[in-house]
Design a protein around this ligand. Structure first.
Ligand SMILES: [Zn+2]
Length: 83
């Protein structure tokens, strides 16, 4: 059996300590962050667990990446299309 050496709380604490020197660090909930496409904002579907699919863009993306991009966009970042 493998144990996860890095605990989530440890990583969050260390990130706050290091990144917080130069940037404002704020925890956000990931709830409902990967439901809409970060490129066109239309509602997507899951092809399978962890994979987001946008029918309009015809793109499949990692759902965690979609969540991060949507969180960044909601905080004012501009998300450009990869194509
Ligand atoms: Zn899309």
């Amino acid at each position: 059996m493998r144990n996860n050496f890095w605990s989530f709380n440890y990583i969050v604490r260390r990130f706050k300590e290091e990144a917080g020197i130069w940037h404002k660090v704020e925890e956000k909930s990931e709830y409902k962050t990967s439901r809409e496409c970060p490129l066109c904002r239309s509602e997507g579907t899951r092809k399978r667990r962890g994979l987001f699919y946008c029918r309009k863009c015809q793109k499949t993306m990692n759902a965690d990446v979609v969540g991060v991009l949507n969180t960044a966009r909601n905080d004012g970042s501009i998300i450009s299309s990869p194509s």
